[in-house]
Ligand binder design. Structure first.
Ligand code: NOJ
Length: 711
């Protein structure tokens, strides 16, 4: 056969024509196999205990690749290319959530940096490490808006705000997918978990979610729309039951919205086993029915349920699944493979120097430092540390590289992580003398350990108390009934505070914490999150003032677990000054957007191009911001809108724009928000129709509110 007659192998032919040709050659069995994903390699995720594939079929569509050595990939890919009848390449996916080998801060931390270009750059480095190791496709970004910090997976997303999730989503898609997916350094992105998984009831994982259609459109869908618009090739359907119709069998979200309205051209993969789990959720009598529901709803690829490989052919024979839908689904998978250039370049080259490259490491350190949030720095002015002779580093997290890497640490290596202790040592010794005492484990302590910690504190000029969470206390299947740290750590903090020595608390966690009891025990508190490979070095950058903290919270810190959910963009109450809990103040401990600096920024009077305008006209609001302190620093300016009277009530305020810039001491910079009414002042109804109503609007920036009227 002349090469030109095998159209689907000819890269010069348009993709859709190649796919037509390939589909015309495929048997039903070959088509069905394209819609299945198994695993290859050694599964290192404790929540997905499944088969470790030995002999995989050569016709398989995809694997999750638990390895970072291209050799294993290439060996299996060779089977697909050479031993299957048509030589269709496999697509290799993996959970690269906040880095592959170089581990960056968790996504929640990244959001607190408000540095979109840096996050975009970081994801491009992660993509390169992954692709050069044999991964074509990452199951990231997770963009589930999350408002309940008991839910462990708040660590994986970008916080409580839809706009912030949307902005970081688009940036990560651009970073992962780059200019061309056929490059040897880019990978396909996967928006997950479609959709409303973040609404998990009481923060328990995998459970029912009560989501009204209005909330679906207001809160949960916007980040997905942003990701689809940015060109994300794939999505992952969610585990959760969305008010009666599970995410993995939801025709409205999977087909009506995603395919019909948003015109998404790639495919959707199920979450692990989420098709067979429709039976547990009461949506299907058995796995076969589950497969039928999922497939007919618009879910193309089965991750580890073995519902499609087992039953799809049977369902087609029985006339329950239409072969046109089968072709359409396979087309979507093949399209992604063609865009990735897998038909032309199925194998991964040898790049021995692909890990931890200098650019990646420096981005990891910068992003870690920018993600850290200075929650408190009292009038003793303990931070930044200056000329301190004796530093006591105390606490169970000080030498824990696992806590710093956090959950979903990809192929991260603990020994390559700079611990908090190491970072402090590298930065402050030998000028300062540094001693360490553990004081407690994460959840237990002894009198002896406490006494040693107190002795060490008494010797020191300042105590750096490193507290927080174990890496598996957040992430998947890691819900907690209280978000306060365990009693043992509180006991340690109390003993240290009682020494009267100045205390700087470094907190490493995958979620906002209840700090009501801890807060009075420290002069300064820095939330360092799970900051990744360079975490300790970045923490030392902040402690020393080499880097001025600029992180601001992307998720509210409640006063207590009982105050959950408490998020800034809630709707107004019928009685503004009543209805609160009797035993605590109505405000959170640290609100969304909170974050201190070593300098001060003053927001001058905003100016507006025109305070009255019509629907089609844009309005520009500017605000001068001055660094009035003595240190250079970066300020993230957050712009909110408020629509006080609408036919469908709106949140009290909604983030619509943000920008971060460096300001030298004394420098004034003007920040700008160009308001496009259709984009910024409109809202969806319960079926996603966009409504733009004339009337009063408020723009909130820093301490100022600007009144606008749309005629
Ligand atoms: C289950 C998780 O929910 C999902 O986020 C992940 O991508 C898959 N497992 C694959 O590991």
């Amino acid at each position: 056969m002349k090469p030109s007659t095998v159209l689907y192998k000819d890269a010069s032919v348009p993709v859709e024509i190649r796919i037509d040709d390939l589909l015309s050659r495929m048997t039903t069995h070959e088509k069905v196999m394209q819609l299945n994903q198994y695993t290859l390699g050694n599964n290192n995720n404790e929540n997905n205990v499944g088969e470790v594939a030995g002999e995989l079929p050569a016709e398989l569509g995809s694997v999750i690749y638990y390895n970072d050595n291209p050799d294993l990939r290439n060996a299996y890919q060779r089977r697909c290319m050479e031993e299957s009848r048509l030589g269709i390449p496999c697509i290799f996916g993996y959970d690269m959530i906040h880095g592959f080998r170089t581990i960056y801060p968790i996504s929640l931390g990244q959001a607190c940096s408000w540095n979109v270009p840096l996050v975009e750059r970081m994801t491009s480095y992660a993509a390169a490490e992954g692709r050069m190791s044999g991964v074509d496709w990452t199951f990231s970004p997770m963009i589930d808006v999350a408002r309940d910090p008991r839910w462990g997976r708040v660590s994986e997303g970008y916080g409580e705000d839809p706009y912030a999730n949307a902005a970081f989503c688009a940036a990560t898609v651009r970073g992962y997918q780059g200019k061309s997916l056929a490059d040897s350094t880019t990978i396909a992105a996967c928006l997950k978990h479609y959709v409303a998984y973040g609404a998990s009831e009481a923060g328990r994982d995998y459970v029912y979610t009560e989501v009204s259609p209005q909330t679906l459109w207001d809160t949960y869908l916007p980040p997905y729309k942003a990701g689809v618009d940015a060109g994300a090739l794939t999505l992952m359907s969610s585990f959760n039951d969305i008010s009666g119709i599970p995410g993995s069998a939801n025709y409205y979200t999977l087909t009506e919205i995603l395919k019909n309205r948003w015109k998404h051209k790639g495919f959707v993969v199920s979450d692990w086993g989420s098709i067979e789990q429709l039976v547990n959720q009461g949506n299907a009598a058995d796995k076969k029915e589950a497969g039928l529901r999922a497939f007919n709803s618009g879910l193309e690829m089965d991750m580890m349920s073995h519902a499609y490989d087992k039953y799809l052919e049977e369902l087609i024979d029985e006339g329950k699944v239409d072969s046109v839908l089968l072709d359409e689904s396979v087309r979507r998978v093949l399209r992604v493979k063609m865009l990735l250039g897998l038909f032309e370049k199925p194998y991964t080259g040898n790049h021995p120097d692909r890990f931890m490259r200098p650019d990646a490491l420096s981005a990891a350190r910068q992003l870690a430092a920018e993600s850290m949030v200075l929650l408190k720095n009292d009038s003793t002015g303990i931070l930044p540390l200056d000329g301190v002779g004796r530093i006591a580093v105390i606490g169970p997290v000080a030498k824990s590289s696992a806590s710093l890497q956090g959950s979903w640490n990809g192929r991260g290596v603990y020994d390559e992580t700079v611990t908090l202790y190491q970072g402090i040592l590298d930065r402050f010794a030998p000028e300062a003398e540094i001693r360490f005492a553990k004081g407690s484990d994460l959840d237990k302590t002894t009198e002896v350990e406490l006494a040693q910690a107190v002795d060490t504190a008494c010797w020191a000029d300042v105590v750096i108390l490193c507290l927080g969470e174990e890496r598996r206390w957040s992430g998947e299947n890691a819900s907690r009934s209280t978000i306060a740290l365990p009693e043992a750590q509180l006991q340690l903090a109390e003993k240290i505070a009682a020494t009267g020595k100045p205390v700087v608390m470094l907190l490493s966690s995958g979620r906002p914490l209840d700090l009501s009891q801890m807060e009075p025990l420290a002069n300064a508190i820095i939330e360092v999150w799970q900051p990744g490979t360079a975490g300790g070095a970045a923490a030392a950058d902040i402690l020393s003032g080499d880097v001025n903290p600029s992180g601001k919270l992307a998720m509210t810190f409640p006063r207590s677990t009982g105050q959950i959910p408490i998020y800034y963009n809630r709707r107004g109450s019928a009685r503004r000054h009543q209805g609160f809990y009797q035993d605590i103040p109505s405000t959170p401990l640290y609100p969304f957007g909170h974050g201190l600096s070593y300098t001060t920024f003053v927001y001058g009077e905003p100016s507006v191009s025109s305070s009255t305008f019509r629907k089609g006209e844009k309005v520009t609001v500017t605000v001068p911001v001055t660094n009035t302190g003595l240190r250079a620093g970066a300020e993230a300016v957050l712009w909110f809108i408020s629509d006080p009277a609408a036919s469908i009530t709106r949140p009290l305020m909604e983030l619509k724009h943000f920008e971060k810039r460096e300001l030298k001491p004394g420098e004034t910079t003007t920040f700008k928000f160009v308001i496009d009414p259709m984009k910024h002042l409109s809202f969806p109804d319960a079926d996603g129709n966009i409504i733009l109503e004339p009337g009063d609007f408020k723009i909130i920036v820093g301490p100022h509110t600007v009144n606008l009227v749309m005629e």
